[in-house]
Design a protein around this ligand. Structure first.
Ligand code: KG4
Ligand code: ZN
Length: 341
């Protein structure tokens, strides 16, 4: 069955066609990122206006690129939570209209759950950039970690319709912390890739940062380390400490500390839930240092770590379509009264 996925939860407008929940036939993504860069963060009004302008052509492109017709689509799977309301509304309204006009079943899916479904997808090579998908896929149950610009959450995934939240951030999301630290260092937006590049030129061990403790050991807190970076940079600018810290060392120390905390808590979740498979998704999961350290630490602890291909870590509709297919096969359906939560 071909599923049309539609994703518009943040600054991307994306549509994809996925066959049988696995094979990506097309995955079109347009981002309004460059329009937000001068503000240092996503401006919801700008994002939703651009989504309104582009959604029709993005869906068209996904259908054409997949070499299918609308009559071949067996399900429309759309992100309906969580995300920016104005943005979600564009995708959900479009999906409802198309479902009604062409009599295609509709299903709303959770964006965070879709992020770890990205680890189960294969790219056919039709419009994608990779010829093959991962050699193997995770086994249920697994622990899922989503690290994105808006969320940092650990889940216990017994099955895709049986997902339990184990912990989440009590303040900033992980990607948000990368973006804010990049702004403090003045290296641009989005901050994640900029920090990753700068950190390569630095030595992590030269500066010591820590992440705050949380009452629930599976929760996260990143606002303290962000503030610590701010004070360090201000201090560096003062005459007393002038030229002591290199920005690259700050970036490396920040990245290393955050990655270590993500690893520690993910491994604890695996241990607590007695599972051997860990799936990591979301924009921050594209970070090479994070991937390298997770792989090494998981190997040491006999945990299998799975990452989606880097291009599927960012928001995309292929993961929305894939998750929709799996839930639909289990009997999930939405009506035209589908709302945003
Ligand atoms: O999942 P995503 O595309 O959107 C949300 O659902 O939020 O994640 C975007 C976030 C941004 O905060 C961005 O800075 C971060 O992912 N990011 C990275 C990297 N690439 C993107 N963070 C660290 N290292 C990267 N290479
Ligand atoms: Zn996301």
């Amino acid at each position: 069955m071909h599923v049309l996925g539609i994703e518009s939860s943040c600054d991307e407008t994306s549509a994809a066609v996925v066959k049988d929940g696995r094979q990506i036939c097309s995955n079109e993504v347009i981002s309004s990122l460059r329009l937000h860069s001068k503000y240092g963060g996503v401006i919801p009004e700008i994002a939703s206006r651009m989504q309104l302008e582009t959604i029709t052509s993005v869906v068209d492109a996904a259908i054409v690129c997949a070499r299918v017709k609308l009559k071949d689509i067996g399900l429309i799977s759309v992100t309906n939570t969580p995300g920016l309301s104005g943005s979600l509304l564009v995708g959900v309204s479009f999906a409802k209209a198309l479902s009604l006009a062409r009599d295609i079943p509709l299903l709303g899916v959770n964006h965070l759950h879709a992020h770890f479904y990205a680890g189960f997808l294969k790219i056919s090579g039709l419009c994608g950039t990779r010829k093959k998908g991962p050699a193997n896929t995770p086994a249920l149950p697994f622990v899922g970690l989503v690290v994105s610009g808006g969320h940092t959450s650990l889940f216990y995934v017994e099955d895709f319709d049986k997902i339990r939240l184990l912990g989440s951030t009590s303040d900033d999301a992980c990607g948000e912390a990368f973006d804010k630290v990049a702004a403090i260092l003045g290296i641009g937006y989005p901050g994640g890739p900029a920090i990753e590049q700068l950190a390569k030129k630095g030595t992590a061990g030269k500066i010591k940062f820590t992440c705050s403790n949380t009452a629930n050991p599976l929760d996260f807190s990143f606002s303290g380390i962000k503030t610590a970076v701010l004070y360090r940079v201000r201090d560096k600018a003062s005459v007393k400490n002038a030229n002591k810290d290199k920005p690259a060392d700050i970036a490396a120390a920040f990245q290393e500390t955050v990655v270590d905390v993500l690893i520690k808590k993910s491994l604890l979740a695996c241990k607590t839930k007695h599972v051997n498979d860990l799936v990591i998704g979301g924009g921050v999961a594209a970070n090479s240092r994070l991937r390298e350290k997770f792989r090494a630490q998981c190997l040491k602890n006999r945990i299998n770590a799975y990452f989606p291909p880097k291009e599927l870590c960012m928001d995309n509709a292929a993961m929305t379509a894939g998750l929709g297919y799996t839930l639909y096969k289990k009997g999930a359906r939405s009506g035209l009264d589908l709302d945003l939560s």
